[in-house]
Design a protein around this ligand. Sequence first.
Ligand code: 26V
Length: 815
Amino acid sequence: TNTAGTSDYEQAIAEAKAAIIAKMTLSVGKDPGYATDRDWFVATALAARDRVTHRFLGGKRASKADGKKRVYYLSLEFLIGRQLTDVLYNFELYDIFRAALGDLGVDIERVREAEPDAALGNGGLGRLAACFMESMATLGIPAYGYGIRYDHGLFRQVIKDGWQQEFPETWLENGTPWEFLRSDVTYDIRFGGSVETKTVNNVPRFIWHPSEVVHAVAYDTPIVGWRGSNVNPLRLWSARAADPIALSLFNKGDHVGALSDQARSAAISKVLYPSDETAAGQELRLRQEYFFVSASLQDLINRHIRIYGDLYSLPDRAAIQLNDTHPAVAIAEMMRILLDDHNLRWDEAWRITSSTFSYTNHTLLPEALETWPLPLFERLLPRHLQIIYFINNLHLEATKKNFPNEPELLSSVSIIDERDGRRLRMGQLAFIGSHTINGVSALHTDLMKETTFRDLNRVYPGRIQNKTNGITFRRWLQQSNPGLTKLLCEVCGEEVLDKPELIKRLEEHADDPALQQRIAKIKRANKVVLCKIVTDRLGFRVEADSLFDVQIKRQHEYKRQLLNLLETVALYDAIRSNPTADWAPRVKIFAGKAAASYVAAKLIIKLANDIAKTVNNDPSVQGKLKVVFLPNYNVSLAEKIIPAADLSEQISTAGMEASGTGNMKLALNGALTIGTLDGANIEIKDNVGDDNIFIFGLTAAEVEERKRAGAPTATDNIAASPMLRQVLDAIGGGVFSPDDPNRFKPIIDGLRSQDRYMLTDDFDSYWAAQRRVDELWNQPEKWTRAAIVNIANMAWFSSDRTIAEYAEQIWKVPV
Ligand code: 26V
């Protein structure tokens, strides 16, 4: 209680109320009596942002720490989602603001929902970048995220008659309260033109005469660490024309023509490329990559020179992490700046560059490895191509010297792929120009060394490290599952919020019926929330007592949503032929977007929806099986589905999923995993124990072996499995598509002939694992016990742990 006779808590609520009302009146410009939910969101966000800003500019800002080494995280994607709860929660203001809004007659839940997701990413790679930003702020690492401020994030998915349709996403339509425009932080980004060679005092000099200039303008969004400990900037670049209106044309009366330069320039930051795991290979994509790389390097070099005077000390004061190869042109840009703008010698420039950069690989799928046709690259970045040739020559010369008897090594480690049309391989460039390269799970890192980067790993041994991915527990446990968080605080102590390893204490109570009941009750309450979402969005009911079996991730053939659908059909058949048996009632929940041009993935979405329609309307299975496809999967929907999941489907063909991070979020929230030995599933199994996870299918080594041997074939597999045969016949014969019986023939023909993702190899084993799931589900105490053991053993998957490893072993910054 203070001098005014009110408690500090009441005082804080009164202050928050006054701040929100002031923002509503003076910034939104509305009388609170007329405010919409969106207005309340803006006013609340602005009030919250004031607190952040003080911290951002004040003494506690980690990045203020001059003299400390800074981390620069370069990523074309930051999949942040909503920020209001994150900011309030991390500042420990959530309850105060909820009460303040409540006093004003406003439900904070509705205010939350009024915020559009910042969907500036496709999936795992982009969400990982967002988790890492939060963990870097939490650990007090002075870090800057650099990326693009896309006007339009990932498209909005609508399901119409079972088919995916794409609509533009418009998160910036009404602006965003979180960002600060920094008009004074603007850089020239140059493209095209030619390179002039001059000799000055017998030294060759290269002068780039670009044909086009675009401006990059900075927008900063503060990223708040846990308990407001630190705030770091996420700096996103927006493209503007250098000359917004061509005056000469305008004055001649060509008002539209005068704006065409503006349109061409602004196109660079218009839209996020929506393909996941397929290289786009288009000019605009390369323009995006160079645009944000050049702006970011100019910015960080300016900062370094301002503080330290010259660039020789850069590697001691800056660590630049490349999030996949998308920013790999930074290696060439850094060399260009050091050589051409700062007149450094090649060796000196190369030392600085290669000891500053490190690179994370996120996929080994051949179609996702970025390559650029030489003519395109040369037209856009002629000077950079020269530099890359030079890097490559030195690298090949050294390789020749060290491996004189292996000339065939050269073609595999070269940056230039000479096979079909000459192309630049960005993975090779990123590897050669980095001091450390990392994979994102133990298996993935091993496979990097054995496959794609095998030869480079011989030429530069010791550069590859593993950094298994992680997730931020603030968003994926504390904010999205407050019920479970409250229980963890009670059972493990409040310190669990700061020390996730204390969650382990839960395991001591795994056999306690009282704890089991509380856990089951929390899960059920979360499921009831999801049931309402299903009813609101799809118009039918699902029962909260059923097993919620979820597969939520991008739609991709290697992730094998189709395998799940085949099992769904087999189960449907089995229930119909034996309706009185003791089936564990299930709801199969799917959600995920397919790249707009990915025909096969979109047909699988249609199949899921057609199966749903048939199964959900069949009275003979009522109550035992339901199929749900929730449209427009995004971070906000994930925050609702994950706390409500009982079973987590992680069923990729072994060797293909680099890590997965949804697998971690689901297990942390008490879902049991059914999965292959792929990506981080292996580490999850190691942590939770073999008895608390359902593993099935071929291992990565067995997949390789079968591919090499060419046997058994899909035909053999199908012949050996009557159940699989029946399922394929039903789908292929039009049971789920009576309006177009041949609709799914391409899918079934694909399985019968190539079966590239080996569904027919794993089907029987998957079916058997699902029946083990049923068996455990029918023993609720045992199921809940296993869920508790999962939760208790997930601490290692905190992205704080991952970031601490990057900091110590790659960036060499103190934590
Ligand atoms: C490639 C391209 C090509 C050009 C067009 C846009 C675009 C966007 C993304 C990609 C590659 C995406 C790779 C990726 O997301 N990998 C995922 O990374 C996660 C975080 O490490 C990991 O958990 C997933 O297993 C992995 O699939």
